[in-house]
Design a protein around this ligand. Structure first.
Ligand code: GDP
Length: 316
C-alpha cells in the first residue's frame, strides 16, 4: 500500500462508495476528503450535514445498505413522535442518527467550528481518513424553480422528489464562504487529486465555488475524475435534471467539459466507451472501467484505476 497524500473532492452516496474502495488500495491516514456542505441545513434546531454523515457512516461500515444514507438498523420513534406536533417531518432522521446531529449542534453552539466537530465525529466512528468540510461557514445551495420559487437542496430532493423544473442553481453562498482551515493547503500539497463520482454541479460544483478553491484546483490542473454517469444516466440522484440548468449536456462528455479546467483525466464506465475518443479530443486522458460499485471489490478496483490514471498522468 503506497503512502502518497491523496486528496479527493466528494459529495454523498457515490463518493462514499468510491472512498470505501480507495481506503482498500491506499492508506486511509494518507487520504483527505474535501466534502460538500451545500446540502447542510437545520431540522428541528439541529445541524444536519448529509454528505459528511453519509461518508462517515459508510466508511465506518455503519451505513444503511438499502438507502445509502442513515445508520444501519436505525429506528424512527422520535420522528414518529414529532409528527404529533408538526407536519414538516419529511426528512428521515433516525433515532441513532439524531445523536450525531445533537452532538454536532451542541458543539457548534459552544463555539466549535464544523471542521472541529467533524473531526470529533469521525474519530468517534474510528475513521483514520480525514474529512474536511469545504467551509466552516454556511454555504447552502439554493435552487430556483421555473415559477421563480426558491428552495434549498434538501427541500428540492427529499421534500419535493427532485422535479424537472429547475431554472437556476444559486451557488452564491458557497462563493462568499471561506474555505475551512486546511482545504487550500490540502489541495496544494496533494500528490494525487481525485474527483469522486458525485453530482458535478451541486456537490463538486459547490466545492469549486468556495472562495479560492477553483484557483487552487486550476493551478494544479491534474485531477482525475470518475464520472457519476453510467450509460449516460445517473445511478441515483437528480444529476440529469440539474446539469441542463447549468448549461451542461447530460453525458460523461458534458461532465468532462465541466471538469476540463481542473482535470487531466477521467474514468468513464465501459457502457460509455463510445464517448472516450470525444473526451480525449477535449484534452483529457480517458480510461473505461466497470463503475457500478455493487461490491467493495468493484469499488476498490475502480479506485485503483483512478489512482493508476493519476500516476500515469504524473509520469510516476
Ligand atoms: P448525493 O449528495 O447523495 O446526491 O451524492 P453525490 O453527490 O455523490 O451524487 C450522487 C451521484 O453519484 C449520482 O450522480 C450517481 O450517479 C453517482 N453514483 C452513485 N453510485 C454510483 C456508482 O456505483 N458508480 C458511479 N459511477 N456513480 C455512482
Amino acid at each position: 500500500m503506497s503512502e502518497r497524500r491523496i486528496v479527493a473532492l466528494a459529495g454523498g452516496v457515490g463518493a462514499a462508495r468510491f472512498l470505501s474502495g480507495l481506503v482498500q488500495v491506499a492508506a486511509p491516514s494518507e487520504i483527505t476528503v474535501i466534502v460538500n456542505t451545500g446540502d447542510d441545513r437545520d431540522f428541528f434546531g439541529l445541524r444536519v450535514c448529509p454528505d459528511l454523515d453519509i461518508l462517515t457512516y459508510t466508511l465506518a461500515g455503519r451505513i444503511r445498505a438499502d438507502t445509502g444514507w442513515g445508520l444501519e438498523g436505525d429506528t424512527f420513534a422520535c420522528l414518529e413522535q414529532l409528527r404529533r406536533f408538526r407536519d414538516d417531518t419529511w426528512f428521515q432522521l433516525g433515532d441513532r442518527d439524531l445523536a450525531t446531529h445533537l452532538h454536532r449542534s451542541e458543539r457548534l453552539r459552544q463555539g466549535a467550528t464544523l471542521s472541529e466537530v467533524t473531526r470529533e465525529i469521525t474519530l468517534a466512528f474510528g475513521l483514520e481518513i480525514e474529512l474536511l468540510p469545504m467551509s466552516d461557514e454556511p454555504a447552502a445551495t439554493m435552487l430556483v424553480r421555473s415559477g421563480g420559487e426558491r428552495c434549498d437542496f434538501e427541500e428540492y430532493l427529499v421534500r419535493d422528489g427532485a422535479p424537472d423544473d429547475i431554472r437556476e442553481i444559486d451557488l452564491s453562498a458557497a462563493r462568499s464562504a471561506r474555505p475551512a482551515p486546511g482545504v487550500l493547503e490540502a489541495i496544494a500539497g496533494a500528490e494525487r487529486l481525485l474527483v469522486c463520482p458525485s453530482n458535478p454541479v451541486v456537490s463538486i460544483g459547490t466545492i469549486r465555488a468556495v472562495a479560492g478553491v477553483e484557483e487552487q484546483l486550476r493551478a494544479r490542473g491534474d485531477a482525475v475524475a470518475v464520472s457519476p454517469l453510467i450509460g449516460g444516466a445517473p445511478v441515483k440522484g437528480p444529476v440529469d435534471r440539474l446539469l441542463p440548468a447549468f448549461g451542461v449536456e447530460v453525458s460523461s462528455t458534458g461532465i468532462a467539459e465541466l471538469y476540463l479546467p481542473i482535470a487531466v483525466g477521467m474514468l468513464i464506465d465501459e457502457a460509455d466507451r463510445d464517448e472516450a475518443a470525444g473526451i480525449e479530443a477535449l484534452g483529457l486522458r480517458v480510461r473505461t472501467a466497470v463503475s457500478l460499485m455493487r461490491t467493495p471489490e468493484i469499488a476498490a478496483t475502480l479506485a485503483r484505476a483512478a489512482l493508476e490514471l493519476a500516476d500515469e498522468a504524473a509520469g510516476a
